[in-house]
Design a protein around this ligand. Structure first.
Ligand code: GLU
Length: 291
């Protein structure tokens, strides 16, 4: 049997907080239990919001927590060309299309439809689905607009992608962090509509780069927060379309703030750096997150 490979994949666009500490510590604990390896991946495709200072903060905080990871660390911003090659395959297969509608046009279309009394579908995060009117553009018109330099994003044609699958789409989810039992979850990527796979300013997307890297790095166990549970449907779809390997998943509970809401990167008091400065120890942090 091959050795299990786990990963912790933070984005350096803010300080690590208790939620990240829980995710990283749980990954380390589960990797140890499974006799596996732990990788750290820096998810910095959004080069406008990610900074070297936040990245340095990640290393400092993880080290302080006593977490060891393998080096070299994979930095997504160094691999845009690999993601572009995967996207090319989807372009060739006509499973993605150039989406030209701006945010304003999209909003106007949705508002007009809702004013006529029809509810517009929303994704699991509450964001209205993309109207996808440009799917009907002919090849010549698409080429003309692209050649003219009109801004567009590559979006997955969800209906075409779903039709390209032969078998029902599922994933395997551990019942708990003990990893002794699993269940099969029905993947519902259609809930997300025509997701963006690459933008003009960022030539990839979270969905595309995460499945690319999990496969390239041989990740077998994806342990991450429950907020990404439904996104796994999109990941499984991309894995199937691109012939990428399928990890087993465990989506852990989220650490909530005292107001019962998800922690955000601007919440100073739950930041690891702030906790350390206030004299807390790594063991205190473990206790705070229930480990
Ligand atoms: N980079 C993502 C985040 O910071 C996590 C990605 C993942 O674990 O799949 O929320």
């Amino acid at each position: 049997m091959t050795q299990p490979v786990f990963r912790f994949a933070p984005s350096p666009n803010g300080e690590l907080h208790l939620g990240h500490a829980y995710s990283a510590l749980l990954n380390a604990q589960m990797a140890e239990k499974a006799g596996g390896r732990l990788l750290l991946r820096i998810e910095d495709i959004d080069t406008a919001r990610c900074t070297p200072e936040f990245e340095a903060g990640i290393y400092r905080d993880l080290e302080w927590l006593g977490i060891a990871w393998e080096k070299p660390v994979r930095r997504q911003s160094e691999h845009f060309e690999q993601y572009a090659r995967l996207l090319d395959r989807l372009v060739e297969a006509e499973l993605v299309y150039p989406a030209f509608m701006s945010r304003g046009e999209t909003r106007a279309h949705i508002t007009q439809t809702e004013e006529r009394g029809r509810a517009w579908p929303r994704d699991p995060d509450g964001v209205p689905l993309y109207p996808g009117l440009d799917k009907t553009l002919g090849t010549a018109e698409r080429r003309r607009r692209m050649a003219a330099g009109e801004p567009f994003a590559w979006r997955l044609d969800m209906a075409a992608a779903a039709a390209a699958l032969r078998a029902p789409l599922t994933w395997i989810e551990f019942a708990d962090a003990d990893m002794t039992s699993t269940r099969v979850v029905d993947a519902r990527p259609d809930q997300w509509g025509d997701v963006v796979l690459a933008r003009r300013d960022v030539a990839t997307s979270y969905h595309l780069s995460v499945v690319a890297d999990d496969a390239l790095q041989g990740v077998t166990h994806v342990v991450r927060g429950l907020d990404l549970f439904q996104a796994t449907g999109v990941h499984r779809l991309l894995q199937m379309l691109l012939g990428l390997s399928e990890p087993v998943y465990f989506h852990h509970r989220l650490i909530l703030g005292s107001d019962g809401r998800k922690l955000s990167k601007s919440l100073r008091d739950s930041g690891i750096d702030a906790l350390r400065s206030s004299g807390r120890t790594p063991d205190d942090v473990k206790r705070m997150v229930g480990l």
